[in-house]
Design a protein around this ligand. Sequence first.
Ligand code: C2O
Ligand code: CU
Ligand code: CU
Length: 484
Amino acid sequence: MSTESIGRVTRRSLLLGGAGLALTPSLGAWTARAAAPIDRRLAAGPTRARLAGTDRPETDVWAYNGTVPGPFVRLRQGEPVRIVVENRLDQDTTVHWHGIRLPNAMDGVPGLTQPPIMPGESFVYGFTPPDAGTFWYHPHANSLQQLGRGLAGAVIVEEREPVAVDRDLLWLIADWRLTSEARIAAGFGNPMEAAMSGRIGNTVTLNGAMPVDEPVRAGERIRLRLVNAALARIMALRFEGHRPVIVAIDGQPCDPHQPEGGRVLLGPAMRIDIVLDMQGEPGRRYKVVDDFYDGLAYRLTQLAYDEGAPLRAHPLDAPLDLPRNPLPEPEVGSAERHELTLQGGMMGGGALAGVGGMMGGMKGTGMAGMGGGAAWAINGMSMTGDGHAGMEPALTFQRGRSIVLTLRNETAWWHPMHFHGHSFRVFSRNGAPVPYRQWQDTVLMAPKDAVEVAFVADNPGDWMLHCHVMDHQMAGLMTVLRVA
Ligand code: C2O
Ligand code: CU
Ligand code: CU
């Protein structure tokens, strides 16, 4: 790859990006500063990465700026940013800023919110993040393969005032299906798998490498930001000997609380920030285990205490609450109510398909009335792919209205359901109030779950709502909601 083209922006794309900025009403601050320098550059292209450990060959991947995951993008709450994305792949791409409430034209959905970025072209994303927290970015074009081959990175939007912790760590956890030669296995979009649990891999990486020990010091307080960047793998993390306190979900601060059963449950695309007070013994190691799938628990990493004396005798006394973000509070009583029913998939469910590339445990062949290559539907409609022009909204909301959506999972499978452009309050599950009524942008639904979420439809545009198991999205578990 020639290095001289790094950071070069084609004239055409500058104009394109410029137009996108000028047309976007809430970027007023930006148009005034249109000559401001470009802050960040991301180039998507092929490279190689040592994913599977030092004793295995490198893997051909697709990556931003040559690294897996892509560079951490650090932004400041309320401060505008411009990010140039250059496409050095041989296919169209876009970047979606997952969870960031931004203008529709910057949302990165090809056809729906922007023209795809063609090979050799660039696009300038410009927005002002309203919320501090943990977010991430990934393509929204050929997503199953582009994300599955490595295109993903974390975004940290910093609070205006620093939070009282000793260290701030981020684990972007990804899941790969590799062959014995450490190549990315073929078979993306296998229809059988798409109608079951999706492409679950056989190699879990932490920040792009085989996990090594996480060095910690007794007595310190760590904010650990967890990002599940897997295509399909759900995670449930247990921290042996420690009591994680959840302080934010999907970037949005929540009432600090310990997770149910001590397990931090992370569906694909979800982020959870925890605070860990390191109260273990100097010199000891404590396992971090993912035991979501029955009988398939594995050790993700270990917290490895150094021998040094504790940093402090007692856990830090500072409050764990993070400053809240400026989210509009929905009025649930007077809200407009709608139902979205998730349908399809193989009957039976439950069994985990595709671990290590092996199909097994198929329990039925029925496909609940789906046709034309789609395996899933929402309210009887299958929208497949990643986004394209002419996607008709399933619902239209008047701007500023409070909305309650009931998401009903009629299928036998788990689905992390994600909504673009907004965060919603998850306030009931199967009729019972959800403790802490947290804000999320992705809600993990178990088979047969019914979940109520509420939000103010305050962000104009056409926004996707889809399952973040990439095979499910591609095979029809997607819809568009319009805020007009
Ligand atoms: Cu991270 Cu449309 O998704
Ligand atoms: Cu998103
Ligand atoms: Cu799904």
